[in-house]
Write a protein that binds this ligand. Sequence first.
Ligand code: SF4
Ligand code: SF4
Length: 313
Amino acid sequence: MSTLKEKIIEEIKSAGADIAVFGNADRFRDKNVKFLSPNAKTVICIAARSLRGSRRGVEEGTSYHHFTTVGLETLEETILPMALMRVCNVLEDAGFEALPQRRNQLVMSEDDSTNPEVSYKKIYRGKKAEHTLDFEECAVDAGLGERGLHGTILTDEYGPFQRYAFVITDAEIEPDPVVKPHLCDKCGECVKACPGHAIAEDGTLNRWQCAAYYVGANGTKNPFMPDYAFENEPDRMDIIHGKVSLTPERAREIIDQVNFYPPIRHAYCSSICGKACDTACYIHLEKKGVLSKKFETPFRKRPEWFIPFEDKK
Ligand code: SF4
Ligand code: SF4
């Protein structure tokens, strides 16, 4: 007869997810674990791979909806919620309480931050009464992987290419170890790859700068940008070449002018950068041969392309 842990792993796989790791709730640095579920004994982190193929369109400059739809939205809105609910049902059937925790992209406790994945206009800020997990910190404490220089969680299987969610439960389940960092070698490729220079050398992310370049403010990496883009901005060519440093207010002005590609359902902005930071990290880790999920051919097939965006206005 299979154990509760084995049943949960089986269940997440049949829901289309890939990894389940189990952390003892007492080892979590995030106080919200116990705040949300006072009797919490275990936090289960469930991860689903973000298909390498979903990034092919952005990599080649041929198709831009795949990454945000199947590489992100389908995982966040279909696969992970399904896996979470199925795990919760298994736990409830065994007599335990289970609290699913998925990303809530549109509510944040900060007053002036943003989430590049959704429209800044749709976010409800300053909602301090809403308690949410620090997803990256909890992923580390659950034993999913390590945090790379630019903040993304890296796993042995998929590098930076996965999305994840959690179940907090009062079931005591044998914990997995916390991963000793061994993948990120501080190569800086993630920093260099950002078309908006939104990541500082120490890995700090300027979230507003990221939000502007995530949706495609860099014309050398955005095939949809028309010649007249940002026509009333005196520093338009610096914006287009990713050479400006944006305050939150300035970022909002820029974002409002980047309407060259439609948004995706569920309020997700279309990513024109395709998370170039993560892609560069993946290419680096793949080249080093440290990822356990191998492919027949390397992800990058030819030198990276750039559009020679010139001032034609
Ligand atoms: S690109 Fe290099 S520095 Fe950045 S997270 Fe990956 S391994 Fe670390
Ligand atoms: S590459 Fe894209 S997702 Fe990564 S920091 Fe830059 S704009 Fe943001």
